[in-house]
Design a protein around this ligand. Structure first.
Ligand code: ASP
Length: 340
């Protein structure tokens, strides 16, 4: 029996066509091209059906509402297919790949996000390989995780970041090794994959678009800028800090603004602007000052994962104390807890 894969087609370069304003998605265009790819009918590949979303989106337009749609779509077909491929624009793929693991609780089957830097319609493209290998992985490797497959690497979704605007190796998971690689063979590092899921049925968690945001510190950032960002109704903020979690502690007004916000329940999570490594708020006085102002550590979470986690936790209607507690714990493989 051939395996079966459900393709969720949200948009992105992979299926785009040229327009006078640059590449844009076009309804039916990708499916029309796939019909003319005989290799997709090879018995080594799974059977697939494509659910094309309307409208197809450049992923710059994807919102948390779309994350929830994708999760519900996968849940509705979870028992009928061997795996799932989500075709998605690369620009915000890491955000969607970070959010879906939180939304899909007790996921039992592979969900592989992929896309391309050059559309399938171009002679020279990375779309064909990304699509075919994603289909093979989704069908044949029982990885109970949301992953990105791109440019020969299979990455944990909630560890992934887009690292190249043009290159075919566009994604990396700097703080977690690839779950697999696709060269001559497809090799999966099973010891890195999440443990098999429990017998509990898959459940989709709510996503209600609570007010959360992200702010990247920069030299000279003023208290006024921070104050504007922290205005109610903001509930959570990912603060992309310098190095191991440092911020400007000679600016007392800046620290006062932070403290006032965390005192009224805003959860401020520090991530690092560095690609690799973890936050340690006690390592420098400039980090301790943030901690004293109520900022908590996001450990080695990517900013994308920290933002998605805040969305998820506030959507579950947790109060700020519980949100803070859950932020510090590893829920879906998104962080490495610090050594005691
Ligand atoms: N702007 C496109 C998108 O994210 C880029 C891509 O898919 O590579 O939808």
């Amino acid at each position: 029996m051939r395996k079966r894969v459900y393709i969720v087609y949200t948009g992105g370069t992979i299926g785009m066509n040229k327009t006078p304003d640059g590449y844009a998605p076009a309804p039916g265009f990708l499916a029309g091209q796939m019909v003319y790819m005989p290799e997709l009918r090879d018995s080594l590949l799974p059977e697939y059906i494509i659910h094309e979303y309307a409208p197809l989106l450049d992923s710059a337009n994807i919102s948390p509402h779309d994350w929830l749609n994708i999760a519900n779509d996968i849940a509705a077909h979870h028992d009928d297919f061997d795996g799932f491929v989500v075709l998605h624009g690369t620009d915000t793929m890491a955000y969607t790949a970070s959010a879906l693991p939180f939304l899909l609780q007790e996921l039992k089957k592979p969900v592989i996000l992929t896309g391309s830097q050059i559309p399938l319609c171009e002679i020279r493209n990375d779309a064909r390989e990304n699509l075919i290998t994603s289909l093979i992985i989704a069908a044949n490797y029982g990885i109970p995780e949301v992953c990105i497959y791109f440019g020969g690497k299979l990455l944990r979704g909630c560890r992934s970041v887009k690292v190249h605007a043009n290159g075919f190796q566009a994604f990396a998971s700097p703080n977690y090794p690839p779950l697999g690689t696709a060269g001559i063979h497809i090799d999966i590092n099973w010891n890195l994959v999440l443990p098999p899921p429990t017998a509990e049925p898959l459940a989709v968690r709510p996503m209600t678009e609570p007010v959360v945001g992200a702010l990247r510190l920069f030299p000279g950032i003023s208290a006024a800028v921070l104050k504007n960002v922290l205005q109610p109704p903001l509930k959570g903020l990912v603060l992309e800090t310098f190095g191991v979690g440092n911020g400007p502690d000679t600016n007392q007004q800046f620290l006062d603004v932070l403290k006032e916000a965390t005192d009224r329940g805003v959860v401020v999570v520090a991530t690092t602007q560095c690609l690799l490594g973890s936050v340690g708020l006690g390592e420098y006085k400039t980090g301790s000052s943030l901690a004293k102002a109520g900022v908590i550590s996001g450990h080695d979470m990517t900013a994308e994962a920290a933002l998605a986690k805040l969305f998820y936790l506030f959507s579950a209607n947790l109060d700020p104390v519980d949100v803070k507690n859950q932020i510090l714990h590893n829920l879906r493989g998104e962080l490495t807890p610090p050594k005691p």
